[in-house]
Design a protein around this ligand. Structure first.
Ligand SMILES: *Cc1c(COP(=O)(O)O)cnc(C)c1O
Length: 380
């Protein structure tokens, strides 16, 4: 129940990729038959990704994943538009793949506004509009947050960016394949995707770049991917991502509905059975499979380890398990105190989860909170 961290490769995806580790090993740049076979697989996948996004296939650039796509989008626009301006707008709750790039760009002389969010994690489009300056070149705002699942009003921000002639990027890693993500509806110029978050293989992703949008390349070499991402293409990974997009499109609406039901059921059961508990994020504009609980007087870390011993994989915004010294920047940004962040538990459901899983998880969560509150120095 940690599908926001990664997802298993779907059986259909694995099957589609296997020949590309075997007899179909060609380099897509070669002119002989092996090369042509790889080239046609590459272009076939490009069309499948474009279809899912309602985009043109020449707007799809394959990368090594979500992190590279975010880097390429932000640095690519920033470096290309240096002469036009040096101001970038983003939010305080972005993924590190955006936030850390912004910090790096600040070192290089760019100026970044980190918009605050409200208690449910929403950016206020009016506040965003008033943060725009004459020298603003880029707005980067994630589609949905990976910790609390809040879905931002991207269409509205897209309209603002379009009116003011500012490039607009969204990190859609958590939404692609789960809810409709159409580049024209969202009015984005750039959009990042990661294959392993949508039942595809790891180490492959996409940056969508609207036709006519010029960016600087980060990787120099043989000129692959419209000269934007040199390097021999990861054909097996790309084939897997294409197949994953096709599958996601087929089952999206029924799966989203099923996950929303599981999510709401788990949230209700746990809130009813555990005192001093709450939900972080919005219940209205929320990723279908995401629940983020807050439990007072208990450490998320202890809950995580206990649940792991029961075979349930979850994550927490507590400081210890994040391999950092700070509690989650997302939970802090929605106004939680550090001790409230420590008692957080993120549960993200996916294709293999069932109603019975929810019942078992709810019982284990209630049991573990009770147990650790009993022995905690913070407990009542
Ligand atoms: C996972 C994730 C990324 C990074 O993607 P990788 O393919 O793992 O590099 C970026 N943004 C968000 C919102 C994510 O959830």
């Amino acid at each position: 129940m940690d599908h926001s961290a990664t997802t298993p490769v779907a059986a259909e995806v694995l099957e589609a990729t296997l020949p590309y580790f075997g007899e179909k090993f060609g380099n897509a740049s070669s002119l002989h038959n092996f090369g042509m076979e790889a080239r046609s697989a590459l272009e076939g996948s490009r069309e499948k990704v474009a279809d899912l996004l309602g985009a043109e296939s020449n707007e799809i650039i394959f990368t090594s994943g979500g992190t590279e796509s975010d880097n390429l989008a932000l640095k690519g626009i920033a470096y290309r538009n240096r002469d036009r301006g040096k101001h970038i707008i983003t939010s305080a709750i972005e993924h590190p793949a955006v936030l850390e790039v912004c910090r790096e760009l600040e070192k290089q002389g760019f100026e970044v506004t980190y918009l605050s969010v409200d208690s449910e994690g929403f950016v206020d489009p009016a506040a965003l509009e008033s943060a725009i300056r004459k020298d603003t070149i880029l707005i980067s705002l994630m589609h949905a947050n990976n910790e609390i699942g809040t879905i931002q009003p991207i269409e509205e921000v897209g309209r603002i960016a379009e009116d003011r002639d500012i490039f607009f990027h969204t990190d859609a890693v958590q939404t692609t394949g789960k809810i409709p993500v159409k580049t024209n509806d969202l009015k984005v110029d750039l959009l990042s995707i990661s294959s392993h978050k949508l039942y595809g293989p790891k180490g492959v992703g996409v940056l969508y770049i609207r036709g006519g949008t010029k960016i600087e390349s980060m990787m120099q070499g043989g000129g692959h991917e419209h000269n934007l991402r040199s390097g021999t293409e990861n054909i097996s990974g790309i084939v897997g991502l294409g197949r994953a997009c096709e599958l996601a499109q087929q089952i999206m609406s029924s799966e989203a509905e099923r996950l929303m039901h599981l999510r709401d059921k788990l949230a209700k059961t746990v809130l009813e059975s555990v005192n001093d508990s709450w939900i972080n994020g919005s219940m209205k504009w929320r990723l279908p499979g995401n629940v983020n609980f807050g439990f007072r007087y208990v450490e998320g870390e202890s809950l995580l380890l206990y649940l792991d011993s029961k075979g349930i994989a979850v994550s927490t915004g507590s400081a210890c398990s994040s391999h950092k010294l700070e509690p989650s920047h997302v939970l802090m940004a929605i106004g939680l105190r550090p001790e409230e962040c420590h008692g957080s538990l993120r549960i993200t459901m996916g294709r293999s989860n069932t109603e019975e899983d929810m019942e078992f998880a709810a019982a284990c969560i209630a049991e573990s909170v009770e147990r650790f509150r009993g022995i905690s120095a913070l407990g009542r």
